[in-house]
Design a protein around this ligand. Sequence first.
Ligand code: GAP
Length: 467
Amino acid sequence: MSAKKENLMEKIVSLSKRRGIIFPGSEIYGGLANTWDYGPVGVELKNNVKKIWWKYFVQEREDIVGLDAAILMNPKTWEASGHVAGFSDPLVDCKKCKTRHRGDKLLEEKFGVDKIAGIKLEDVQPRLIKEKIKCPDCGAVDWTEAKRFNLMFKTHQGVTEDSGSLVYLRPETAQGIFVNFKNVLDTTHMKLPFGIAQIGKAFRNEITPGNFTFRTREFEQMEIEYFVAEKDWKKKYEEFKEACWKFFTGYGLNPKKLRWRQHASDELSHYSKETYDIEYQFPWGWGELEGFAYRTDFDLAQHEKFSGQKLRYREPETGKEFVPHCIEPSFGLDRTALTFLLDAYTEEEVRGASGEKETRVVLKFHKDIAPIKVAILPLSKKEELTKPARDIFNSLKSHWMVQYDETQSIGKRYRRQDEIGTPFCVTVDFETLDDKAVTVRDRDTMKQERVSVDKLNKYLKDKLEAC
Ligand code: GAP
């Protein structure tokens, strides 16, 4: 990783802390490794990512409906889904310093995911030794044999802690959708093809979490299980691929930093017949942003077998019953928010108030993603300006997230708003008292326009809500 790229991640972490986007988890107790809390600005960012995703994939489509299933599920779910038997990573220990690592990831860092995907468990340790892969903690090349490590978090429901009370924290939201397939079908009478979407928490006891919120043990997913007749899967798969790409690029991600990567046959998850990932070029290299799998009828068929319930679709025209096949776009919410954050981060050289060169840090978010849409900034703390400024704030706050800020110089306040990506700053100055107009500053161009107060709402609406 080059110093410049390392630097970008450090800058993002520090900006996030400074501006209330993302804080280290449980910080007053010294933290808890790889946990992160979203601050006042970060929670708006995350909510906006949820909103645009839901709008794009649920609200604007007739063929997808929503769901919000419980995190704790009957443990049979995870037997049926194959997670109890197969949801594991190859774990190796460094014999010298006793730290634990994901053997496949250590190899991937050197050779790339394409070359390592699907490596057999028994080949991991010999390959680490042959390639002289050093322990990242102590530098030794002294690895134990690789063992399978199941990633599901276990806990107990109720007051006893015996095997009968064992439950898992769901490692993917998808299974909540599969077990509700019949409920949704019976209550909505959807016709194939149709999808069920869900946003919610998932948990994985990752061996090597890291890179800020990219890989954590608690995260949120935004998933769609899209049900089709088997003969239609490929057509729908291609349509969805295009829709997913448009989602990211339409909301401003740089297409040059995005690519599709197909999983090799020995890399595919146990349920998948074909998978592509949308990858983003993160500061540390290409990484998965969204997984897109053809899950066949694997999940519904497994749940039929384990539950004894029929999970079938009855074709209205023919009366024929069958288990639908499923394609699955699966997005990480935290990873998507991080990607928008990284992609929006811009440094520009500008002239300061006294003409000297300075660096402006600005998050050039798409307006729908920007956490705060408008900042209201009275030029002075005198009541003659704060009163009309507050009146403007009150007239806008029911439409958008608006911030009122009267502390420090106007230059500093502009910088603060740039750093959280606020598209418009509205300055109330002494002239406002005479001309009943305010100065509206555009985040990206820094151009300022005088807008009359009674037309401000419409002016902002046209800019913020334009498609
Ligand atoms: N239901 C399919 C599924 O869960 P996945 O590829 O394992 O597929 C889907 O996960 C997405 O969830 C990933 O593309 C990523 O964005 C996100 N994700 C997975 N593990 C994660 C983790 N440990 N931390 C943050 N996001 C994660």
